[in-house]
Write a protein that binds this ligand. Sequence first.
Ligand SMILES: Cc1ncc(COP(=O)(O)O)c(C=O)c1O
Length: 399
Amino acid sequence: MTLPEFHLSSRAQSMKASEIRELLKLVGRPSMISFAGGIPDPALLSVGLFQEAWRQVFAGPSIAREALQYSTTEGYLPLRQWIVAHMRQRGVPADVDNVLITSGSQQALDLIGKLLLDPGSTVLSARPTYLGALQSFSACEPQFSGLDTPQPTGSGAPRLIYLVPDFANPDGATMSRAARHQALDQARALNTVIVEDAAYSALRYDGEELPPIAALDAASGSIESTRTLYCGTFSKTLSPGLRVGWVCGPAALIRKLTLLKQGADLHTATINQMVIHHVASADYDAQVARARALYRVRRDAMLAALEHHAPAGLHWKKPEGGMFVWLTLPDHLDAGLLLQQAMRQDIAFVPGAAFHSDGSCRNTMRLSFSLCDEAQIEVGIFKLCSLIGQQSMARAVGV
Ligand SMILES: Cc1ncc(COP(=O)(O)O)c(C=O)c1O
């Protein structure tokens, strides 16, 4: 598509639609076995509970009018109170002034970028990391750097460290307790902010529950002296479509984020917040338990199928939770090219280069196990492994 000749901002000029997203638009074909999207299984979305919540909101004229009216930028107070209790359970001594409701945690990332980044500022993150965070921050034209790269202190220090400590998107990795302390020490030494993205943290299938970095940060004082902005969401547990998430941190930063949100969308849809509040109050723990039970079985099915079918040279680690298994292929294979061939056989995944700001690591791929049942996982992994095996072999004999 050609753009009209208006003068676009430098940030808009540098934005490109990814070829992979274009290719993955075909994933909706009914015959497709998709390991591509990190999205909840539709069977887990509790239609009945949401219908009842909607009915209750409209049952009383006064609450119905409140639902249909403008509301405060900070968010629906009862929902913020529910989040405060949830954060306290996770060891973060929050109060309502420490919580801002956002339109999904994606909006929290966008607002945090605007809060902290100027063109040329440095963002530190793991490599690979969540593509959507890179996209949000990119609008502020920062430079990205890996966690291990030595950084200057003072005015040239990184402005934020972005981390997904639990079952990260894309590589499923979990930061140990020691690594969380280390990240906090690094942030203190650089006098910078940690953005803790907790999108998947409710979805643990085994291993020890670990405290969020925000809790470790607050353990040495009150939340007001912390440097962690914790981004939470209901997308992976209750519903992604209602777009309700939150950011929790020191009140002074939350106030600034509230002003930025005011300029972006005034507030998150009031009725969506009310409905999420109803469902979370009635059934959050049970919903999470159902999701954990279903995804644990699927994760195990994917790991078993890989054990069974993987050709030599394929590597992966067992994720303790979340939705993803990260595969490393032999060095010479390109997952982007492999995707084109896999899609012809109705198999989809996301090539790993998409999760690197510099497009490197072309021999990696992300497989999501959240959407396919065990039989589909077995067939899909068998076909994918056969394809990888053929490509490795073709290369070895110089075809
Ligand atoms: C790591 C991570 N953070 C944030 C998000 C954004 O989620 P939402 O805006 O639906 O809360 C996602 C979505 O997939 C994600 O994987």
